[in-house]
Design a protein around this ligand. Structure first.
Ligand code: SLL
Length: 230
């Protein structure tokens, strides 16, 4: 079926786009409170969506809309370019709605996630962490799955740099994931499969040899194989 963009979809193919989303928070250093923070605010925090190992994910992620608690002025924050993050100060924890928008030429609908903003340390060393005013990190690994992605470079949106949710053709310094690297990875996997197959073959041959040897031993000793201990 053609996608919303008129591009043809690749049948039976799913594309996985891994990413990390979550928050980091830290209590203010009493010596240097941010000058513009309201007096009831106690923490600085950051909510983010980013690539694994900080990979640039803007080749498939167009923008991110973070919906903060209604106590915040302009609770809906839309971030159109990386880093896809909001830095804020506050006093309380709450649920943040994160809406991911994909490149229009991908033909994918936005997807929504939720994250619980964590300001206070949790886990076994929560007290120690609190005393040391350590950064509280709460993050998750996630993947979006594009089923039957549109073919790049075809259809009416082909002029848009050939950008789709598909893996790009070549890698760039910030994006090591490309068809070229994917191809190399597949070659490596094919090589590894061959090696493993060879090893299995050798093991089988060894086993046959051993079985033969055992059978010979049994015969020379003249004891029926079924009554012999192995
Ligand atoms: C709670 N249910 O009671 C939560 C609400 C709201 C957090 C937390 C500051 C907003 C502002 C802020 O931290 N709001 O700028 O006034 O814990």
């Amino acid at each position: 079926m053609p996608s919303a963009t008129g591009n043809k979809r690749v049948k039976g193919v799913s594309v996985f786009r891994p990413f990390i989303f979550g928050s980091e928070a830290q209590p203010f250093d009493p010596e240097k409170r941010p000058a513009n923070a309201p007096p009831d605010h106690t923490h600085q925090w950051r909510i983010f969506v980013k690539g694994v190992n900080d990979e640039d994910i803007s080749y498939w992620l167009k923008k991110v809309q973070f919906k903060l608690h209604e106590t915040y002025a302009q609770a809906v924050r839309t971030i159109e370019t990386p880093p896809f993050e909001v830095v804020e100060t506050g006093w309380g924890e709450f649920e943040i709605q994160i809406k991911l928008y994909f490149l229009p030429e991908s033909g994918e609908k936005p997807q929504t996630l939720w994250h619980s903003l964590k300001l206070h340390p949790y886990g076994p060393d929560a007290e120690g962490m609190k005393e040391r005013r350590e950064v509280v990190v709460s993050q998750n690994y996630e993947e979006v799955i594009f089923n039957e992605p549109v073919e790049p470079g075809k259809g009416k949106n082909a002029k848009m740099n050939g950008r789709t949710a598909e893996i790009p053709l070549g890698d760039s310094p910030k994006n090591p994931y490309s068809r070229a690297t994917e191809g190399k990875e597949l070659d490596r996997m094919a090589e590894a499969t061959k090696t493993v197959e060879q090893m299995i073959k050798e093991e089988k041959e060894k086993l046959i040899e051993r079985e033969k040897y055992l059978a010979e031993l049994r015969e020379t000793e003249g004891v029926p194989a079924s009554t012999k201990k192995r």
